[in-house]
Design a protein around this ligand. Structure first.
Ligand code: FMN
Length: 196
């Protein structure tokens, strides 16, 4: 039985990725609350390796330009890329009124594993998504090849060892999302209750 009367469990179970949102921009205080939730994530050695970039309004077009540069860089002959594709790419960040870039900046230290820094930042992202859900916002964690490209990393001012882990699109859902389908837990879990 899944308990969803508890507020946190309810947010976990009701959160969905929502691709289509309205143009209505969520108030800054709600975005701030998402960020406050993000930075409470567990992080080994207290490195706090996450960095956030909140884009609204025309600032989103700067990301669009970086996505275009990434797309052109993928092409053997960039002049082959149709103008319509270029424009569609440029407008991608306009799909939501707020786009939050989340990067991991692995901290120096001989006991610090890069994978753990990535895990901590992914946990921060999930916290953001759940906070968004609790606040009545719709969210979508987006990546794709451009997320890891040089032009996009440069746009966010990331250093060589940093990675952009996602662009979190935030707004208000255009419609109710469909129910989720997941492989039952029993099919992905082994319980061991005796010593072997
Ligand atoms: C690391 C990561 C990257 C993702 N990137 C994309 C993406 O680029 N485009 C997209 O449509 N969804 C992306 N998603 C969202 C998944 O498609 C979504 O979580 C999945 O369909 C399950 O739906 P749910 O989040 O509603 O449970 C990403 C999710 C994760 C965790």
């Amino acid at each position: 039985m899944t308990v969803t009367s508890n507020a946190i469990l309810h947010a976990i179970h009701s959160r969905r990725s929502v691709g289509k949102v309205t143009d209505q921009e969520p108030p800054k205080e709600l975005i701030q609350q998402m960020l406050e939730a993000a930075v409470t994530a567990p992080n080994h050695h207290h490195t706090e390796p996450w960095r956030f970039f909140v884009l609204t309004g025309d600032a989103r077009l700067g990301l669009g330009d970086a996505l275009v540069k990434a797309k052109l860089a993928e092409e053997d002959d960039p002049s082959d890329l149709p103008e319509a594709v270029i424009e569609k790419t440029r407008e991608k960040p306009l799909r939501a009124p707020v786009v939050i870039g989340v990067a991991v900046q692995p901290q120096p230290g001989n006991k610090i594993w890069a994978v753990e820094e990535t895990c901590a930042t992914a946990a921060a992202i999930q916290n953001m998504l759940l906070a968004g859900e609790a606040l009545g916002l719709a969210t979508m964690w987006r990546t794709g090849d451009p997320c890891y490209s040089e032009p996009v990393k440069r746009y966010f001012g990331l250093d060589e060892g940093d990675e952009l882990l996602g662009m979190i699109y935030v707004g208000y859902a255009e419609s109710d999302p469909k129910p989720r389908s997941r492989t039952p837990v029993d099919q992905v879990t082994i319980w061991r209750d005796t010593r072997e």
